[in-house]
Ligand binder design. Structure first.
Ligand code: EPZ
Length: 416
């Protein structure tokens, strides 16, 4: 099995052009199923999760090919309404095809996407939202069979601003007769990117002043183009790599306004941050400061996906930092691996207490999930000696040219 091998201690200094956002590209790829025409998706990142989505699109009958940095999808020949288990299990986000399949075919058959490395990943909110649009569900021994004679607009109130459920509701509502209002919707930048795509395809989606989302459905859609927004979570990862090595980094092709809460914590840790039109410069002190309390929250709060990398930054910081994870139930599995490197971390349910230590030591560690794996790389860059990260398939799900980018900034890192 391949590994990422890091010899720690080098200072990260350089610039990186940021990739397109995985969590924007995936729902947009799913949504292409409803148009029945051609969609050109610019700045689509080259990731294993994107490959999974392409495999599902091709299984459904779409034509998919790359043209430079763009991915072209023609969904005029969709001829299936089901996703086989092997493709469902490859990626949690395959559930995002649910709304698109029902919108296009009037039915969808998927196996429950099951749990994942972050704890249970139920889809009850997705299901209740779709039912408000007239969808019925039969659970046929674990195969969920959805159907709808004709989607009708309705009022959807999400019990919590679930990103995926908001995305499924937006895509299905774009195919419904009449207007749908989604209350308590997620407001992540990736949601706005999906809305921009759906509107380019012909849907009528607007934000109401109270933050709710209004969707006027269509029966016919246009060929369209969209540019995937930069990946704010990958940005926070490279920022953490520079921060833990006392280095400096210039990130290009990014939206600084998507990182306001992230920048706040990096500044609290002693980093100097300068935001420009579509780039960001960070320079780090020799020793980072504890950021005291870090509570993850829905956007625009501090993102749960950036917390593992910030936690790695706090391992050698002066003082103690208390992390509270408010989104997922089981997001701290990676801390066990960090403790093999000498980290002082105590986990109590959704709280993790990190007390700064003088040194971290390279070790043979295992990625437990995508961002947990990235956190191990951050720690390896500032550890004494060699760190071998196993199960790097998790990292490759979300990071394009990860080792190459860091090597170009001075890291002693390679994939073997
Ligand atoms: C998206 O996951 C992202 N994934 C996650 O990024 C991200 O951490 C998460 O949003 C929160 O921002 C993609 O966009 C592909 P949720 P999603 O529905 O949609 C519970 C990464 O590293 N819930 O907002 O699955 C759920 O269990 C990944 O790139 C229900 O209970 O997140 C969780 O505790 C990790 N029932 C909470 O809501 C449901 O029907 C938030 O989940 C749906 C969700």
């Amino acid at each position: 099995m391949s590994q990422i091998v890091i010899n720690g201690g080098n200072t990260i200094r350089g610039s990186i052009n940021l990739q397109g956002a995985k969590n924007a590209a995936l729902p947009i790829l799913a949504a292409t199923v409803i148009t029945g025409g051609e969609s050109v998706i610019h700045n689509c990142p080259r990731l294993s999760d994107v490959t999974c989505a392409i495999n599902i699109l091709r299984h459904l009958g779409c034509l998919v090919y790359r043209e430079g940095d763009a991915l072209v999808v023609n969904s005029s020949t969709v001829d299936k309404d089901y996703i086989p288990d092997d493709l469902m299990n490859d990626m949690r986000s395959s559930v995002l095809f649910l709304g698109a399949l029902i919108g296009r075919c009037g039915s969808a058959k998927i196996s429950s996407p099951g749990g994942c490395e972050l704890g249970p990943r139920p889809i009850d909110i997705h299901i209740s939202a779709l039912k408000k649009l007239g969808v019925t569900l039969i659970d046929n021994n674990g195969v969920l069979e959805f159907s709808s004679d004709s989607l009708q607009g309705g009022d959807i109130v999400l019990p919590l601003p679930s990103v995926g459920a908001t995305e499924n509701a937006l895509i299905a509502a774009s195919c419904a007769k009449g207007t749908t209002v989604i209350k308590n919707a997620a407001r992540e930048p990736e949601i706005c990117n999906l809305i921009k795509y759906l509107n380019a395809a012909g849907a009528g989606i607007t934000f109401l002043k109270c933050g709710d989302i209004s969707v006027t459905g269509r029966t016919q859609f246009n060929n369209c183009e969209i540019t995937v927004i930069p990946d704010r979570i990958v940005a926070s990862t490279y920022m953490a790599c520079a921060a833990v090595t006392g280095g400096e980094i210039l990130l290009n092709n990014l939206c600084p306004e998507h990182l306001i809460s992230v920048n706040e914590y990096f500044a609290k840790s002693g980093c100097l941050i300068k935001a420009y039109q579509n780039s960001l410069y960070l320079s780090a002190p020799k020793k980072l400061l504890s950021t005291d309390q870090v509570r993850t929250h829905y956007y625009p709060g501090f993102p749960t996906d950036s917390a593992p990398m910030l936690l790695s930054m706090m391992i050698k910081a002066s003082g103690t930092t208390v992390f509270t994870e408010n989104i997922f139930q089981n997001r701290y599995r990676y801390t066990q691996e960090l403790k093999k490197m000498g980290a002082n971390i105590s986990v109590y349910g959704k709280t993790a207490i990190v007390t700064g230590v003088k040194n971290l030591y390279g070790a043979n560690v295992f990625a437990t999930d995508l961002r947990g794996g990235a956190a191990l790389a951050v720690a390896g860059l500032c550890a004494k000696g060699r760190t071998r990260i196993n199960k790097i398939g998790y990292i490759l799900r979300g990071y394009e040219d990860f080792c190459e980018n860091l090597k170009n900034c001075g890291a002693d890192i390679k994939e073997v």
